[in-house]
Design a protein around this ligand. Structure first.
Ligand code: 13P
Ligand code: SF4
Length: 305
């Protein structure tokens, strides 16, 4: 069995598998740690293991390597990108930055290492509000690359000295307000939980807005028994496992072709994890100057926590 072989190899090599909540149920099953992007970056830094295999998308594995240059960071599918990270190219971002020389740059971790290297402080959806609130109100800010998360923070802080890069995630952009409205009518007791990468019209329908870890936490603590979940549907695996007495209803996308699954996260399979562990390849490799610049931005974020 592939899962058994992965477990053996992990033991033999002292490797640790970190997996994001959006990976498939089978992948989550072989992970040593499951988490949101913030928890996984911090875990990568704290771990005392020579090999980390990152079951997730490219920017997450890069973040782990930025924080742990001495460790071997493996990524089973380097082509597993992220539509949001890809909506912000480092050269174009550098040009954009030049237009606002007195602005501080805050970037979401869903960015390439090149964009992180141009950043003063990174943030995730868990800590974005805290990061922005840690910056003096009079200091103008560039926020990238997610226009929806940027807009949400702006609405929460009332901060109008923030310029926002015009990027978005394909998955979170495609939820249907109409279908969520219909689900709310069908399940009148249900609470609606929404990831802040969704557009404002969807966020406005939420009882709770937060990161993947925030959403799981909220559903666990709430006395409500039914939830309409407006984020990538892989998160339901962990929710159903932790809270078997509660009902989680995945929100549908606008149309069949646009689905509520992240195609990049689902590229990671047990088969490619096994091959990657066997070969100890592909491995994340970064230019050292770029890595150090990106590390500053991520460490600045961790310090705000
Ligand atoms: P989290 O930071 O909530 O884990 O989200 C990462 C992500 O890619 C959301 O689409
Ligand atoms: Fe990127 Fe969207 Fe996939 Fe998250 S769900 S990894 S933001 S493409």
């Amino acid at each position: 069995m592939i899962a058994e072989r992965i477990k053996e190899l992990k033991k033999q090599k002292g490797a640790v598998i970190l997996a994001h909540y959006y990976t498939s149920a089978q992948v989550q099953e072989v992970a040593d740690f499951l988490g949101d992007s913030l928890a996984l970056s911090i875990k990568a830094k704290e771990l005392d293991a020579p090999i980390i295999l990152f079951a997730g998308v490219n920017f997450m594995a890069e973040t782990a390597k930025v924080l742990c240059p001495e460790k071997k960071v493996l990524i089973p599918v380097p082509e597993a990108g992220c539509s949001l990270a890809e909506s912000c190219n480092a050269e174009e971002f550098a040009e954009f930055k030049k237009k606002f020389p007195d602005h501080l740059v805050v970037s979401y971790v869903n960015t390439s290492v090149g964009v992180k290297a141009l950043t003063d402080i990174c943030c995730t959806s868990t800590n974005a509000l805290k990061v922005i609130q840690s910056i003096p109100a009079e200091q103008p800010v560039i926020f990238g690359p997610d226009r929806n998360l940027g807009g949400y923070i702006k609405s929460q802080t009332g901060r109008d000295n923030m310029v926002i890069w015009d990027g978005a995630c394909d998955v979170h952009e495609k939820f249907s307000a109409e279908k969520i409205f219909a689900l709310k009518k069908e399940y009148p007791q249900a609470k609606t939980v929404v990831h802040p990468e969704c557009p404002a019209e969807i966020v406005e329908m939420a009882d709770y807005v937060g990161s993947t870890a925030g959403i799981i936490d909220y559903c666990g603590k709430s006395e409500t028994l039914e939830f309409i979940v407006v984020t990538e549907s892989g998160i339901l695996v962990e929710m159903e496992k932790r809270f078997p007495d509660k009902k989680f209803i995945p929100a549908p996308a606008i149309h069949e072709a646009a689905c509520n699954e992240c195609r990049y996260m689902k590229m990671v399979t047990l088969e490619n994890i096994l091959t990657c562990l066997e070969n100890e390849s592909p491995e994340v490799r970064l230019d050292e100057n770029v890595r150090q610049a990106a590390q500053r931005a991520i460490e600045n974020m961790i310090a705000v926590r």
